[in-house]
Design a protein. Sequence first.
Length: 143
Amino acid sequence: MKKGFGLLEVMISAVVLGFLLVGLNLLQKGNREAVIRIRTRDAAQIIAQNFMDSLSRLGIESIKTGGPATVDKEWEGNGGKIIDKRTYTITWDVENINSIESSDYARYSGVDTLNVSAKRVNLTVRWPFKNNNLEIKEERIIK
């Protein structure tokens, strides 16, 4: 009776282990890319919200269509090493709103339109990701 493993069994085990390690490596790479995509989208949303808040603080008279503006953002990993750096491009379009039709307002007051001086701001934030440009859009009415 033979004791131990033969050369063939050891080689087959090494090949199976190699396939498992390659699969785990690809899974880890996919997870890293997903985390970076989520971080970049979250950063874009924060940039858009901060930009809209800045426009609101300017006052309605000062808000005009503009862009592009750029914002650089980087993330540090363990030990302070920069693991990702992106440049976000912001463009915005402003539309004057002189009256807002409101069925709810009309129901209670008997008036079809409510005269309000406001501006509708449509903001787009774009950033590069894996040979593509991703974007988010935000809209806000500023009074």
